[in-house]
Design a protein around this ligand. Structure first.
Ligand SMILES: [Zn+2]
Length: 283
């Protein structure tokens, strides 16, 4: 199967096999006139790279991809490091997906070297359809963990609700987001997160889209919702400030590439369309 989902490890490493190498949350790339390339598995010796546990990741457009964490952060022979979050501006959606998949899997394996139940050594389950690991001592199996989180654009008339987390760079605002709790539906999570963080009620919750976000293991599930009632009252623990913003008065927003930005772009486009249709109707 030609797609990032493929998980049947090839018996032999192809000559054209690519290698996704990470250091912390950065990826090793070569940048040339706005486009990027990554090393081949066969380049490792030539580039003098040291990586532990090179792992097969999947197949894309006839090329196999492998991934690993580097042992040190030495840039070499024209290669440099780029924050994985900043990749989307440079590359196709498919490549973006395989890079995110690799980062998620590599860190998942790194975090599960020993069994959480008995402390035994874990190893990859042979022939598994996913990069699952099992304990050699007790057989406990761990599948890659994916943590669902909601993210929601709340709209009130021609304004969007944006909030500032204490973690954001200065001046940056974004839409509300939070992790789904055990036993909770996505819709309940949207209502709870908005209520907890800014004290308002929402309704007309609609699915917008989703995005894997492997920092470390989230799947962001995006919604739009409409303001129902209440006044903004900021939960000072997670949120530093929040407010309603029109498309013309937006504060600093996340850079392109994240689904939070896609939600804000949707709001701006939708607002423009509504203004245009109002103007058309009044002419
Ligand atoms: Zn065990």
């Amino acid at each position: 199967m030609d797609g990032v989902r493929d998980y049947k490890t090839p018996e032999k490493v192809q000559e054209s096999a690519y290698l996704l190498l990470f250091w912390d949350d950065e990826i090793l790339i070569k940048e040339h006139e706005g486009s990027i390339t990554i090393p081949l598995v066969n380049d490792m010796d030539f580039l003098n790279l040291e990586a532990s546990d090179v792992q097969y990741i999947g197949l894309l457009n006839g090329h196999t991809y492998y991934g690993a964490n580097l042992s040190g952060k030495d840039s070499c022979k024209g290669y440099s490091f780029l924050k994985l979050r900043q990749l989307s501006g440079y590359i196709s959606e498919e490549f973006h997906a395989i890079a995110f998949r690799a980062f998620h899997i590599i860190n998942e394996l790194e975090n599960n070297k020993f069994c959480g139940r008995c402390g035994g050594v874990m190893q990859l389950v042979p022939q598994a359809q996913e990069p699952a690991v099992s304990c050699l001592a007790c057989g406990h199996i761990v599948y890659p963990r994916i943590s669902p989180a909601i993210i929601v654009a709340v709209i009130k008339g021609d304004q969007i609700l944006l909030a500032r987390s204490h973690r954001f760079p200065p001046g940056r605002y974004s839409v509300i987001a939070g992790f789904v709790e055990p036993g909770e539906t996505l819709e309940k999570c949207v209502k709870r997160e908005v209520q907890e963080e800014v004290g308002i009620e929402v309704d007309n919750i609609r699915y917008f889209g989703s995005q894997p976000w492997p920092f470390p293991d989230s799947l962001m599930i995006a919604f739009t919702a409409e303001y129902a009632s209440g006044e903004i009252s900021v939960d000072k623990k997670e949120i530093a400030a929040a407010g309603w913003f029109s498309a013309a008065t937006l504060p600093g927003i996340p850079p392109p590439g994240s689904i939070s930005r896609q939600l804000i772009d949707w709001f701006i486009d939708d607002y423009r369309k509504r203004i245009l249709s109002v103007n058309k109707n009044t002419v």
